[in-house]
Structure formats: structure tokens, C-alpha cells
Design a protein around this ligand. Structure first.
Ligand SMILES: N[C@@H](CCC[C@H](N)C(=O)O)C(=O)O
Length: 298
């Protein structure tokens, strides 16, 4: 039987990577692929690149083992309803929501994700009074990037580029292009070969250099299409840029910081001397209310 009970939701974004947020502390909502896709639909639903379910780790089978370290689990879904391991922009918005709604105090907190526990420093004010994002509101420790073995090629139309294959908890192929327009309209996913490097699909970043330690990118996200930003993608692009610029903490023992421009704003990303990737950027809540549950098949 279809539920007619109202279901609470919020809508938020980080550098315009936007999310439907579903508070579900006890893990009671049944979220099918179809329900998530409907909620994220920009015409028939609320609209979003993805969905963040806010559930206590102890109440979720995928997070129970992390419950002693992290009280809350970010159950992330892409806009098409598929599961993803990590979402960097989502993590900032998730943490800001926890602080804003009084579920955790402002400051340092640990969040469970499918890629493991991530550490966040969240302030109590994610956006300014006009609802626009304030830079520097939330800082997340994204862990270490893993470079994947083997040569990878990204193709769009009749153009191909060699790619950096990186794992930031989720998979990324990063290519350097002359102009961001070289990626074309990005209405379909770029071809990435060999598929064996990314058996579960991949997010693809197209990157240009803007200046000293400064890059800009466009991204095609697995499960969402082209988006205005991708936090893990920006971190992957930063690491690829650092390697291309000859910076590598594993070799020179010192950290490096890049400004990363995305279509929806700006992120500041550091690779620390110990190899941890630390991303700082905005988190904004733009709406909250209740869903007509029957419309979404909860
Ligand atoms: N936008 C996110 C990444 C979301 C998941 C991605 N589409 C995937 O399937 O891996 C981010 O900010 O990192």
C-alpha cells in the first residue's frame, strides 16, 4: 500500500551540486531506485543531482560497523537512483545539515560513508543571509587519493585524451584539455577505455589550467550526467594537476594547495604533506518541507 504520510525533506547544494536531503534517523524509509530517481527528477520531483539520506550508522546495515566511530551515515544515491560510495560536496552539505538542525555541535565530526569514515569540520553558518554560499564554511578530509594502474583513454566524439585514473573513494578519470568547451555538450557519458579499469562506471573530469596552482573543470558524473560541481572530482583533478606540475607529497614531503573552479563556484583543495586531501567549500540549505509520499512510492 502506498503511504500518504508526509515525509520531511530539505534541499541543499554545495557549489551548485544539488541534493535532496531525507532525514531518516532510524532508517525507516524504503528507498527504491525508482523512488530516488523520482525525487531527483527536476520536473516530476524535487530535483537534484543526488540524494543524501541522513541515517544513524547503528540503524543501517552498511554502516553498523562504523557506528562506534561515526554516529551518522551518509547514504548517498545518484540522481538516477544508483548507489555511490562517496560524494564530496554532499558530505559538506550533510555535515552542515547535522549542525544546522542541532543533531551535532559545530566543529569536528566523523561521518560514515560507503567509502569509510570521513572527518569534517563544519561551522554553524553554511551560507550568507541572501542564501548564497559563504566560502570556507565546511572543510572535509577526503582521505588519500589512489592512482589506478594502467593507461586510460577518454573519448568524446572524434577526440581522445590520455587520462589519470584515480580513486577518491569513488572512481574518476581526469583529462587535461585546451578549452573546457572541448568536452562538447556532454549530453551522453564520455567513452572511457579500458572498461576493466572502471568496472562499475566512472566520473569524468575535463580540466584546464587557469594559473599557478589554479585549475577549472567540467564534470560528467556517473549516475547524474553533467553537473555544476563534483567534490570528489575536484579533488581528483587537483591531484592530477599536482602530479602534472611535478608536486607529490610522497616524493617531496610537502603539501600543496590549489584553487579549483567549477561551473557552480570555487573550492580550495590541499594535498597535505601526509597525502590526505582536504577540501574546503560552501554548503547551503535552500528549502525544507514535506513530501507527498504517495507521489514517490515510499
Ligand atoms: N557529486 C559528488 C559525487 C557523487 C557520486 C558520483 N556521481 C559517483 O557515482 O561516484 C561529489 O561531490 O563528490
Amino acid at each position: 500500500m502506498v503511504s500518504t504520510h508526509p515525509v520531511a525533506f530539505l534541499k541543499g547544494h554545495g557549489t551548485e551540486n544539488d541534493f535532496v536531503i531525507l532525514p531518516d534517523p532510524a532508517g525507516e524509509l524504503r528507498l527504491s531506485t525508482e523512488t530516488v530517481a523520482r525525487l531527483c527528477d527536476r520536473r516530476a520531483g524535487v530535483g537534484g543531482d543526488g540524494l543524501l539520506r541522513v541515517v544513524r550508522s547503528a540503524a543501517h546495515p552498511e554502516a553498523r560497523e562504523m557506528a562506534s566511530e561515526a554516529e551518522w551515515f551518509m547514504d548517498y544515491r545518484n540522481g538516477d537512483g544508483s548507489l555511490a560510495e562517496m560524494c564530496g560536496n554532499g558530505l559538506r552539505v550533510f555535515a552542515y545539515h547535522l549542525v544546522r538542525s542541532g543533531l551535532v555541535p559545530a566543529g569536528d565530526l566523523a561521518v560514515a560513508t560507503r567509502a569509510g569514515v570521513r572527518h569534517v569540520r563544519a561551522s554553524a553558518s553554511g551560507g550568507d543571509a541572501a542564501g548564497r554560499a559563504a566560502d570556507g564554511a565546511v572543510t572535509v578530509d577526503m582521505g588519500r587519493a589512489k592512482q589506478l594502474d594502467g593507461a586510460v583513454t577518454v573519448t568524446v566524439g572524434d577526440r581522445s585524451w590520455p587520462a589519470y585514473a584515480l580513486d577518491l573513494g569513488n572512481p574518476h578519470a581526469v583529462v587535461f584539455v585546451d578549452e573546457l568547451a572541448d568536452a562538447g555538450a556532454l549530453r551522453t557519458a564520455p567513452a572511457v577505455a579500458p572498461v576493466t579499469t572502471f568496472p562499475d562506471g566512472v566520473n569524468v573530469e575535463f580540466v584546464v589550467r587557469r594559473g599557478e596552482r589554479h585549475i577549472a573543470l567540467r564534470v560528467h558524473e556517473r549516475g547524474a550526467g553533467e553537473t555544476r560541481s563534483c567534490g570528489t572530482g575536484a579533488c581528483a583533478a587537483m591531484v592530477a594537476a599536482a602530479r602534472r606540475d611535478g608536486a607529490d607529497p610522497a616524493l617531496d614531503g610537502s603539501g600543496v594547495t590549489y584553487t579549483v573552479d567549477v561551473p557552480g563556484g570555487r573550492l580550495v583543495i590541499a594535498e597535505e604533506a601526509d597525502g590526505r586531501i582536504v577540501m574546503t567549500g560552501p554548503a547551503v540549505i535552500v528549502a525544507e518541507g514535506s513530501l507527498n509520499a504517495g507521489q514517490f512510492g515510499f
